[in-house]
Design a protein around this ligand. Structure first.
Ligand code: SF4
Length: 455
């Protein structure tokens, strides 16, 4: 019997990366094996992101190329998964009739069954969001043999010794620019014991670092019961997961500042394996723009959080997200964002030009900022951030840092500090992926560090 192969191309965030892993595991049970060539696979899955127009355009253009591959090999099955699939649904099949399956974010666990249904009926399938969705409890089956899974998009697959664990799906916040509440549905949290069990399995398999994932982890447990205790929250979950024997490092992402509590910040002081690193998206330094974004916090509250976090954990490395050129953003609003950047001095940031996303409230706003103005402001912001990142990184030169090795090759090894900085090691021929070693930081660049070890 011919073994069928699959290839998953993942776009977007870590949630999508984790969803791709879940689909890969599910397909294994249906006789599929990972392939290495997108155009030669029996089943191609594009796990899509609709947060920015560019990512969506890339998917559509890739689907165009896949039409030719399917003409050559009509048995090829093409699946569009993820946020674009959820948002566009049947419209994808109308535009791209060679697509066999459009599978939304909640239905990834059923991919094997759905593909089987496509094979037996010969019909195209489009799934939809469920009102009473419960995240299925599926324990991971992993064997760590190499850094990256070749059937996954090679640029963003997580290193083998660091894994993501989804703790919740969806979001109830309705920030005016964001599609997530429409593409991932209402917020649902997983049971605490399911999460701890999954972490135990991963750590037993050799994983050293876990990142807990959700659109807004700070509100974990608020919309559905996750444990016997009615007050169980994200801080409780962090404390429970941190105690899994053998877990070296614990991280989480992402957090909405409006839900950040002192109880959570205290965890950075108390939990030894919780990494001193926090991604806290601010989006804008202007209160007027934050209000239009429906973020429900002020710049002053954000500064308070930063101050408290640094009190609880002085070495914490802070990163953020910023949207440049939101509708109505005036020069003074952008100046306020620059002031915030200069005052907080983030270790790093992800900054993007605002783009209208279909179906969002912000797409109907007046006062759209001209493209050229957005580009100029983005360049100013990024140039300043690069300088700050360099100066922040230079503070590490001469210090000893514990590094988790991700991969080693002819050109040296690469690993990460607990603050999530990439470190390239110069003299490390005997190191293996997953090993933890001390290195002296010898050089700092804008985006990474260099280090030397005695090994
Ligand atoms: S908190 Fe806002 S930006 Fe984040 S996922 Fe929810 S709606 Fe989107």
């Amino acid at each position: 019997m011919k073994i069928k192969t699959f290839y998953i191309k993942t776009f977007g965030c870590q949630m999508n990366e984790r969803d791709s892993e879940i689909m890969a595991q599910s397909l294994g049970k249906f006789g599929y094996q990972p392939g290495t060539d997108l155009y030669e696979a029996d089943l191609v899955i594009l796990n899509t992101c609709s947060i920015r127009a560019k990512a969506e355009q890339k998917v559509m253009s890739l689907l165009g190329y896949l039409r030719k591959a399917k003409t050559k090999n009509p048995a090829m099955r093409i699946c569009v998964a993820g946020c674009v699939a959820q948002q566009e649904g049947g419209r994808i099949i109308k535009r791209m009739p060679h697509v066999d399956l459009v599978i939304g974010t909640q239905n990834i666990y059923k991919i094997g069954t759905l593909i089987e249904e496509v094979e037996t009926t010969g019909k195209q399938i489009v799934t939809s969001l469920e009102d009473d969705y419960v995240i299925p409890h599926v324990l991971p089956e992993i064997a760590i043999t190499k850094s990256n899974d070749s059937s996954m998009d090679d640029s963003i697959a997580p290193p083998a010794y660091a894994k993501f664990v989804t703790i919740m799906q969806g979001c109830n916040n309705y920030c005016t620019y964001c599609v997530v509440p429409y593409t991932r549905g209402r917020e649902v949290s997983r049971k605490n014991n399911d999460i701890v069990d999954e972490v135990k399995v991963l750590v037993r398999s050799g994983v050293k670092e876990i990142t807990l994932l959700g659109q807004n982890v700070n509100s974990y447990g608020r919309t559905n019961k996750v444990s016997d205790s009615a007050t169980y929250n994200f801080s409780n979950l962090l404390r429970d997961v941190s105690q899994v024997e053998g877990l070296e490092r614990l991280r989480f992402t992402t957090s909405n500042p409006k839900d950040l509590t002192d109880e959570l910040m205290q965890c950075f002081k108390d939990i030894k394996n919780l990494c001193p690193q926090f991604h806290l998206p601010v989006q804008s330094g202007s209160n007027a723009i934050l209000k239009k974004m429906n973020r429900k916090y002020s710049v002053e509250q954000y500064f308070d959080h930063v101050e408290h976090l640094r009190e609880y954990c002085p070495e914490i490395a802070l990163t953020t997200d910023v949207i440049i050129g939101f509708p109505g953003e005036k020069d003074e609003d952008f100046d306020a964002t620059m002031k915030l950047l200069n005052d907080v001095r983030f270790h790093g940031s992800f900054s993007f030009k605002y783009s209208d996303r279909p179906g969002t409230v912000a797409s109907t706003f007046e006062g759209k900022v001209e493209e050229i103005v957005k580009s100029e402001r983005l360049a100013i912001f990024q140039k300043r951030q690069d300088k700050i990142s360099l100066s922040r990184n230079q503070e590490y030169v001469g210090t000893i840092k514990r590094i988790l090795i991700e991969r080693c090759g002819k050109d040296g090894c690469r690993g990460r500090t607990d603050t999530n900085h990439i470190v390239h090691l110069e003299n490390c021929s005997e190191l293996k992926g997953g090993e933890m070693i001390d290195a002296k930081i010898s050089h700092a660049g804008q985006h990474s560090l260099q280090g030397v070890t005695s090994k």
